[in-house]
Design a protein around this ligand. Structure first.
Ligand SMILES: Nc1nc2c(c(=O)[nH]1)N[C@H]1C(S)=C(S)[C@@H](COP(=O)(O)O)O[C@H]1N2
Ligand SMILES: [Mo]
Length: 201
């Protein structure tokens, strides 16, 4: 068990190497969102890929659950300075979503959209090649409502605000279009290793 060493007051050498600048390690899983947790009924849940205004592909919950599954394990980093190590997620990779939709990405950018009307922009290049998924399980269980269940985007190499909770779809955009937090001063890209927290960082 190497995780023991991470729990002390001072992070171990290994933990420090895994912590991006300005981040601290937490064992908790803080809940952060701009509004209340939406109530989402699996009977009416849908996940839709759009090219601008045009729907390209849509899945019901049962259809989504039947898609190929991917597991990812690693560290997540929130702009509010907590990082959490060795989180385990399961869901459908962005690559598999495109393949199942029978498309290649029509533009270089998209907005992830939540059932709470949250949006966040991510370049397509940061989603392909196994870098992102629409997760439906965390630590072996369905994702709890507070953490974005039934499904959330997971883009773990960017600050966690890019991982939209209660995700209802992905919308390809012609240009890199600011989402909810990006319109309010957060960085358009959000690389934790370059400490891109705010506009201009
Ligand atoms: N739909 C939606 N997704 C969201 C948010 C939100 O307000 N609404 N907040 C973001 C922010 S700022 C963070 S830090 C993470 C927090 O995820 P957590 O509550 O599971 O820790 O969710 C992101 N995804
Ligand atoms: Mo955040």
């Amino acid at each position: 068990m190497t995780t023991r060493g991470f729990m002390g007051r001072r992070p171990s050498e290994e933990a420090r190497a895994r912590l991006p600048p300005g981040q601290y390690l937490t064992e908790d899983f803080p809940v952060l969102q701009f509004g209340p947790t939406p109530r989402i009924d699996l009977d009416t849940w849908r996940f839709t890929i759009r090219d601008g205004a045009r729907p390209v592909k849509s899945w019901s919950w049962a259809e989504f659950e039947a898609l190929p599954r991917t597991t990812w394990s690693g560290d997540i980093h929130c702009v509010t300075t907590w990082s959490k190590f060795d989180t385990v997620w399961e869901g459908v990779s962005f690559d598999d979503l495109l393949a199942e939709a029978g498309i290649t990405a029509p533009t270089e950018f998209l907005l992830a959209e939540g059932y709470d009307d949250y949006t966040t922009n991510v370049p397509v290049a940061d989603l392909i090649g196994g870098k992102a998924m629409v997760a439906t399980r965390y630590a072996g269980e369905p994702i709890s409502p507070d953490h974005g269940g039934p499904a959330r985007l997971l883009v773990p190499h960017l600050y966690f605000w890019k991982s939209a909770k209660w995700v209802k779809g992905l919308r390809f955009t012609q240009t890199d279009t600011a989402g909810f937090w990006e319109l309010r001063g957060y960085h358009m890209y959000g690389d934790p290793w370059r400490e891109q927290r705010f506009t201009g960082d």
